[in-house]
Design a protein around this ligand. Sequence first.
Ligand code: ZN
Length: 473
Amino acid sequence: MSRSVHDSSPQVRDPRAAYGRVRDAHLDAVHAAFEDHIGRMDWSREQIERYRDQRLRALLGYARERSPFHSRRLRDLDPSTATVADLASLPVMTKQEAQDEWDTIVTVPDLDRRAAERILAEQPWFSYTPGGQQIFSSGGSSGVRGVYAWDWELFVSFACLAWRFQAREELRGPPLPRATRLAVLTAGEPPHASTPLFDVATAPGMDTVVIPARAPFDEVLAAVAAARPTHLVGYATVVGRLARAALAGDLELELARVSTNSEPLLDEDRQAVRDAWHVPIHNLWGSTEIGVQAVGCGHADGLHVCEDEVVLERVDEAGVPVPDDEPAARTLATGLANRTFPFIRYDLGDQVTMLPGQCSCGSAFVRVADIAGRRDDDFHYGLCTVPASAFRHVLGTDPRVSEYQVRQTSAGAEILVVGRPDTATLTSSLVAALRRHRLPDAEVRVRVVDRLERHESTGKLRRFVALDGHPGH
Ligand SMILES: [Zn+2]
């Protein structure tokens, strides 16, 4: 159907319809770029590094010329000969700086922080600027509110990174059923980037359905059951809980593939997905700033770093890179595809561990271990530190616990549990686990609740709530 630009029918003025039309064009651009990205998965180390260094030079040269913020920081570097190793001479870029210096970082003339905030405040639904950018916002665990601009090409890059492993497997693997459907469990609404990023079909003829993950679990469960998806993508804890519902006989799905994101994928959730559906799991580690840092291929442990579009540096507290086989304090990321709002040596706040050796999927892209969650998840009692895993090992393996939240108290923890656990046994197991971490006679209270409070707009669950907030910040 053709439509003139002067058409003033209600459909043209409907912001969702207008967004949808530009979005359709954008998704066509994503699908057009898939082939290139899938081809990259077979690149040799040499090809990856050559491409990455060229992209890095392009980014540094552009940022130095067009971003006053980066111009200052890059003044002693010659972009035309720079390599990844030269990044170590540049200062670290913090989340606070990125937000405070917004207007000197952004490289396009028609966009500044005020304009971005106005779009966030006034858009009735997701939207595109006249320049083809999308504006997103997120809270983040550090407590700094972030505002982000994704330009047209950047979104194409992010969507390809998020989905190329799955798309490769759809091409390689056994034929899919004729009708495929992706259920997308995300925030489901602006200003969060998760819905545009994950609501992407990866196979011809696949349709998608977005299910807001923040809804009460019974509603999520009913919506997923009604959608009868062949593919599932969503927050790791929500997908894990759906898998447990399937194991308990409360959900029947014939799935081909599962993708998880936005929260650490805990062992207990991964195992539940395996037991329930016996399908490949593609876990994704990303951020609204850098987009997609690494994705699991579904064949082996860990996540492949998106080295063609992102440079990761594992550094010590002073920002100095550390060898692959030594522990690092922080991870810095440089987003090679982001010309509109360059992030160069950006502190992600996560720690990653490199995995040695070639992956059985054949890709030469290096791998990191699954992101275990932040150190913020550890509980400190005076000089004693109890890692989140102490609780997880007990709570995550009890089949009668479908979901939980651990809240630190001064002498132990209060634990909210959804399910039908034997609270006395659970309590004594937890006290024993804490004793092994040198916290004697902990006061543990287990409370069975109907549901857990999720973040009201993102739907994310904070599994561990420490007394002293975030010791690292
Ligand atoms: Zn692999």
